[in-house]
Ligand binder design. Structure first.
Ligand SMILES: O=P(O)(O)OC[C@H]1O[C@H](OP(=O)(O)OP(=O)(O)O)[C@H](O)[C@@H]1O
Ligand SMILES: Nc1ncnc2[nH]cnc12
Length: 186
């Protein structure tokens, strides 16, 4: 963000980014309207804008680790880690990580799953930003928070590209005492 940008400009840019998210009805199951972020990712300026909007919030904040959730969360997490000069911790679906892991199970808008992290990915007291593409029910992110808490990480923010506000996932995370940021709201 440059100094010349006003709130109106920022609102306009976010509206433009929002228009690049495509609804795909009945995916992956009947009744689910899937928010497809690939049209946004296809535009070079759009991914850059997203990472700048999110990353500029952390200038001088001393974030040490960005933790991203497989798989769409990885797209944002690695770019954000690069932008703010933090390390990257990857939270993966079961059986993918080679070293010793801890795991947590959760319910999704469309199923149940588990996630894992390497037990040495985050040290006690490390300043962590958690990021994923979508906040729906908040189940995935709550499980990710469990993992980071169990490793002793100091979570300073929980960020998303987009939030499905009608599913109230934000409440689940805020109740645990963490700030939630989402760039785009539906
Ligand atoms: O708030 P929740 O209800 O938990 O839903 C949000 C999660 O659902 C999607 O992941 P998905 O499991 O579909 O994995 P993917 O990123 O590999 O497509 C999305 O990327 C979030 O991680
Ligand atoms: N409706 C949705 N679209 C995209 N990703 C999701 N993750 C959970 N619900 C989703």
């Amino acid at each position: 963000m440059s100094f010349k940008e006003t709130d109106i400009d920022i609102h306009k840019e976010i509206t433009e980014l929002k228009s690049l998210i495509r609804d795909v009805p009945d995916f992956p199951k009947p009744g689910i309207v899937f928010k497809d972020i690939t049209p946004l990712l296809h535009r070079p300026w759009a991914l850059q804008k997203v990472i700048d909007f999110i990353g500029n919030r952390y200038i001088g904040a001393g974030v040490e680790i960005v933790a991203g959730i497989e798989s769409r969360g990885f797209i944002l997490a690695s770019a954000l880690a690069y932008k703010i000069g933090a390390g990257l911790a990857i939270i993966r679906k079961p059986g993918k990580l080679p070293y010793r892991t801890i795991s947590a199970t959760y319910t999704l808008e469309y199923g149940e799953d588990s996630i894992e992290i390497h037990e040495d990915a985050i040290q006690e007291g490390t300043k962590v930003v958690l990021i994923d593409d979508v906040l729906a029910t908040g189940g995935t992110m709550s499980a990710a928070i469990d993992l980071v808490e169990r490793l002793g990480g100091n979570i300073i923010s929980v960020d998303f590209l987009l939030e499905l506000t009608f599913l109230n996932g934000r409440k689940k995370i805020e109740e645990r005492g963490y700030p939630v940021f989402s760039l785009i709201k539906f």
